[in-house]
Ligand binder design. Structure first.
Ligand SMILES: Nc1ncnc2c1ncn2[C@@H]1O[C@H](COP(=O)(O)OP(=O)(O)O)[C@@H](O)[C@H]1O
Ligand SMILES: [Mg+2]
Length: 317
């Protein structure tokens, strides 16, 4: 079973969230006093926003932390009414005795329309007695000012190179990898301070070799990669089987790829694709299975069709 490193190496304590020292020390003060206002986390992807929210919950609630934090993603939930109902259900029960509130983490809050944000603001007020919201967004300017003024705002920065480099080295050590400095250079340049992306590149490279150098990393993030792979995977996941099949056929001809090449490309690029982490793990398993079938000599087109169908199944879950 493949384990996604961004989950395996998700910080468990605030002190493990690196490169955001000012933020971490302010959050630690909230934990210490067991009191906090609503929070707004702003910043790019992969810099520790979700990790910080989870770490707060772990530190505040201890063993039962999972019962006391509700994680929602504004762009997944079907509208503000769904969010409101989930909040209502969740807020019905009390948190642990020492902490007078439960936490609602709403990711991608900036995906909500202005109207939905107004409704969210009312929800935040209705439940202010026993809940605290942590909203996360890329740009705080996309959040309406009545919400901003009800939150303490925290601006997360892309991780600086020494910080990202130390985190990558720690993971490499735990995974038994040799990680060269020139590999870190190229991983950092590609990920631009997005630690999720950096860890994904490292994990993808490690599936090829334990010797992580500039060359092996480059082979994973190769810029010569056919651009069609992402659209094939996305169409298949969305159940657009015909589109996926057509793009795949064309890509094979255009780039002179075999079925096996295609599967390898999907496997390598999957880590960098904008696909849910849990789905990624399943897709990787499926790729492994079909790679095996092709190596064994099964008919390439039959197998690729069936691979896309499996992807559609995973996408519909
Ligand atoms: N500041 C950080 N310190 C340590 N690890 C980090 C940090 N930021 C991101 N990561 C790594 O990247 C993964 C994704 O980070 P996450 O907090 O989910 O990012 P986002 O800011 O998009 O919510 C984490 O599980 C962790 O492995
Ligand atoms: Mg996040």
């Amino acid at each position: 079973m493949v384990e996604v490193w961004t989950e395996k190496y998700r910080p468990k304590k605030l002190s493990e969230v690196k490169g955001q020292e000012d933020i971490v020390s302010r959050l630690q003060a909230f934990v210490k006093s067991k009191s906090m206002p609503n929070l707004l986390f702003a910043g790019p992807a992969g810099v520790g926003k979700t990790a910080s929210a989870i770490a707060i919950a772990r530190e505040l609630f201890g063993e039962n932390w999972e019962d006391n934090i509700l994680e929602l993603n504004a762009s997944d939930e079907r509208g503000i009414d769904v969010i409101r109902n989930k909040v209502k259900d969740f807020a019905r029960t009390r948190a642990v005795a020492e902490v007078p509130f439960k936490i609602i983490y709403l990711d991608e809050a900036d995906a909500l329309t202005k109207e939905a944000q107004q409704a969210l603001r009312r929800t935040m007020e209705d439940y202010s007695g026993n809940t605290r919201f942590i909203l996360s967004c890329n740009y705080s300017s996309k959040i309406i000012s009545p919400i901003q003024s009800r939150c303490a705002i925290f601006r997360f920065k892309p991780l600086e190179k020494p910080v990202a480099s130390k985190l990558l080295k720690d993971i490499a050590k735990k995974e038994g990898l040799k990680l060269k400095d020139d590999a870190i250079d190229i991983i950092y340049r590609t990920s631009e301070g997005d630690m999720r992306k950096a860890e994904n590149i490292l994990q993808a490279t490690s599936s090829i070799t334990k010797n992580i150098d500039k060359k092996s990393v480059a082979s994973v993030i190769s810029f010569a990669e056919p651009k069609e792979i992402e659209s094939i995977v996305k169409s298949a996941l969305a159940g657009k089987f015909k589109d996926a099949k057509e793009t795949l056929g064309k890509a094979m001809v255009k780039h002179g790829l075999s079925g096996l090449d295609i599967i390898k490309q999907i496997q390598q690029q999957l880590w960098n694709l904008d696909v849910d982490d849990k789905q990624k793990v399943e897709l990787i398993k499926v790729c492994g299975e079909y790679e095996f079938r092709l190596v064994e000599g099964s008919n390439e087109f039959v197998q690729l069709d069936s691979l896309l169908a499996e992807f559609a199944l995973i996408g519909s879950k």
